[in-house]
Ligand binder design. Structure first.
Ligand code: ZN
Length: 177
């Protein structure tokens, strides 16, 4: 199986607009299996194909506690949205950064499954937020685009400081052993 690697901000390939999928073959099924595998391994809730350098409109997710209810959506589109909700988000492509942003509360999703069959569902809570986050990836958008540059700089500085402290702590521990 092809080994996928998650692209990380500020990689420009995360900014591409992904292409619609018209062929529902084994290759697509393999890509979605592969994406689910890496998502579970990295303990992510969702993953979009462009994050693994495949600029096609495919997203996978699992919002269940037991991590055994994979969801796959091809060519996902939000057709209606209602309400606003505050959402604390992170992203496998933006390591360590977490921030509150605003999302739509309830959405209607239209998509296709891996066979090309149409799916329509209403979502709220984490499912709604995750779908919105992953569709943003398909349009080259990241959750940090919703906050100001100044706030992003501040968050990145904080993370750099924490990482440095963690490194020093690890070195200290190494010497003790
Ligand atoms: Zn993400």
């Amino acid at each position: 199986m092809e080994k996928l690697k998650i692209l990380e901000f500020p990689d420009k390939r995360l900014r591409r607009v992904s292409e619609s999928i018209g062929v529902f073959d084994q290759k697509l099924k393999k890509l979605s299996d592969n994406m689910l595998m890496i998502m579970y391994k990295e303990r992510g809730v969702g993953l979009a194909a462009p994050q693994v350098n495949k600029p096609v409109r495919l997203i996978v997710m699992d919002i269940s506690e037991d991590r055994n209810e994979p969801l796959v959506f091809v060519n996902p589109v939000v057709s209606t949205y209602e309400g606003k909700v505050e959402s604390n988000e992170g992203c496998l492509s933006v390591p360590d950064i977490k921030t509150d942003i605003k999302r739509h509360e309830t959405i209607t999703l239209n998509a296709q499954d891996l066979e090309g069959t149409a799916i329509s569902l209403e979502a709220d809570g984490l499912l709604s937020i995750c779908i919105q986050h992953e569709i943003d990836h398909l349009d080259g958008k990241l959750f940090i685009d919703y906050i100001s540059d100044i706030k992003l700089q501040r968050l990145r500085k904080k993370v750099a400081k924490q990482n440095k402290a963690a490194r020093i702590e690890r070195q200290k521990n190494t010497r003790l052993i």
